[in-house]
Design a protein around this ligand. Sequence first.
Ligand SMILES: Cc1cc2nc3c(=O)[nH]c(=O)nc-3n(C[C@H](O)[C@H](O)[C@H](O)COP(=O)(O)OP(=O)(O)OC[C@H]3O[C@@H](n4cnc5c(N)ncnc54)[C@H](O)[C@@H]3O)c2cc1C
Length: 400
Amino acid sequence: MKLGGDRETAGMRLSFSRHCVALIWSKRARARIFNESPQGCACIALRCRFMSLNPVQPPPTQDHKGIFTRLPFSEVTDKDLTFFKDLIPGRVVTDEDDLKSHNIDWLRTVRGHSKLLLRPKNTEEVSNILKYCNDRNLAVTPQGGNTGLVGGSVPVFDEIIISTALMDKVISFDQVSGSLVCQCGCILESLNQYLEGQGYIMPLDLGAKGSCHIGGNIATNAGGLRLLRYGSLRGTVLGLEAVLPNGTVLNCLNSLRKDNTGYDLKQLFIGSEGTLGLITAISILCPRKPSSVNVALLGCESFSKVLQVFTLCRDLLGEILSAFEFQDLESMNVVQTHLKLMNPLQESPFYILIETAGSSVQHDEEKLNVFLAKALESGLVNSGTVATDQSKIKVMEICI
Ligand SMILES: Cc1cc2nc3c(=O)[nH]c(=O)nc-3n(C[C@H](O)[C@H](O)[C@H](O)COP(=O)(O)OP(=O)(O)OC[C@H]3O[C@@H](n4cnc5c(N)ncnc54)[C@H](O)[C@@H]3O)c2cc1C
């Protein structure tokens, strides 16, 4: 895949990441509120509208002198536009206003100035686009939900943006094995909702779920809340299909879990951030939806005690432990101030959120009670509250 410049230098990445760390907590919490309430869609729409109207824009990325140099790629001509309009009629975007939100990243830290966005619907169209761009020496940037936090989803210069938003079809779902095959532009939350209706869930969950695409998740090797329980995408992705920069379609869309044949090419694309090709379809192993979920929020005096609580959790909760997250008092204060949420516990230097997910309400509650009694008795935690009710669970999860 051709990139417009040497954007992904280690130094740049590091500075982006550092810049983002403080924001991730609060934005993730905010995204959960947006996503999980009936008003969620309206809130997201409002935020997008605000972003597109907000006059404050990051400076053009190309102006970061000395960091980026435009490589000798061609510029888009009228002849190119005619080709794309014939190939995907009605899905070629050149209007400056429509392009604005695609040229700016989620954190509003970088800004490209692409003049062209293409919206293919299937693998063949992606293949034809990439073959043409390769032959014409035109640079491109694949874009999913544009929720990435390191500036990789927007152009640096005038690269053509290839949006996967219209590649949003579920191809198949196997009720027995739990393997889902879908196009790359399916929104994570929509996939989860589709699966819940069939007694399954997606193996990953993250704050950006209402906007991010599964292709983008794989391209960034996203982790998220369920990683502790279901592992990383390197284990749950069973196969994928990708289009290489010259238009060749690489079909590794396997759904066989126990496949030990030859090289595992799909692994190269997991975390490749669009540098090797455009992921067009995926096959992913989905777990059964747990019938019993408990969440505990605990207060803790020190970081070393947080670590000891984690060890105790693994010992006493074992297979039902599904999430373990912590935050410090400063982060809790940010949540309280900006989200106007009440901290359900007394003030503590650290807070821990533990989630269990299993198949038996009674068994899981018993295990959790034994763990909580031990953690309190031994002085590892100083306060706590437990929720089994979905609405209370959501409030506690928003806090962390
Ligand atoms: C509120 C919030 C919470 C988050 N929480 C987490 C978290 O808990 N854990 C975590 O790991 N990350 C988290 N993230 C970051 C996360 O990596 C991204 O949000 C998500 O995975 C990116 O998906 P996307 O569809 O938005 O991709 P984009 O942002 O559009 O793109 C990301 C990168 O992937 C490339 N790309 C996109 N689609 C494709 C494709 N089909 N083929 C090839 N390349 C492609 C792009 O060129 C770009 O380099 C969070 C982000 C937000 C905003």
